[in-house]
Ligand binder design. Sequence first.
Ligand code: HEM
Length: 178
Amino acid sequence: CILLSIHTDWQDKARHEVEQVLQGNPPDYESAARLKILNMIVNETLRLYSPQPFSLRIVEKETKLGNLKIPAGTNIEIPFIAVHHDPQEWGEDVDDFNPARFAEVVAKASKSSRAFMPFSSGTRVCLGMNFSLIEAKLTLAMILQKFSFTISPNYKHSPACRATTWPVHGAHIIFQNL
Ligand code: HEM
């Protein structure tokens, strides 16, 4: 909602898609799959402001990773959000909100196919990934059907990455009935 309040062009595009696909009906599991622009917006939001910005691991036995020899017992931080802000992966507009980068399959949005990992990756990928993506799209679709929204003039952009990513000074969104 913060990003769509600032980038009202994307809010308009998203609402247009919701109107076209849902025709005034409430969204459901099947229609969520057809909300492509909402999908792009949710992915771009997860890239820029990854709710879980990093993960931690302990190396159990000595491991070779490329040229690195990592001793057993080493604590490793995997900074998803740093990878999500790497210009070599995403290009010079890395810090911009540009959902269009996710217009094709996710693997093609970045230079290497696995740079997008807001839910981690591999065998311990988030168990709630599909649930969360559908829930986010359904909720956003219902909001877009009923309201237009802008951000308070007092809003100060202040995202913080602690255990989760959150706006330190809050985010007051002004909703208007459509
Ligand atoms: C936007 C929402 C969410 C994000 C960004 C997210 C992100 C993540 C990430 C990054 C991990 C990997 C943690 C690590 O290995 O250090 C993870 C693991 C996990 N998540 Fe989520 N998560 C979300 C929502 C949910 C929900 C709604 C559920 C449950 C319904 C859930 C259940 C789990 C579980 C059980 C694991 C552990 C999986 C394992 O270790 O095998 N998550 N999540």
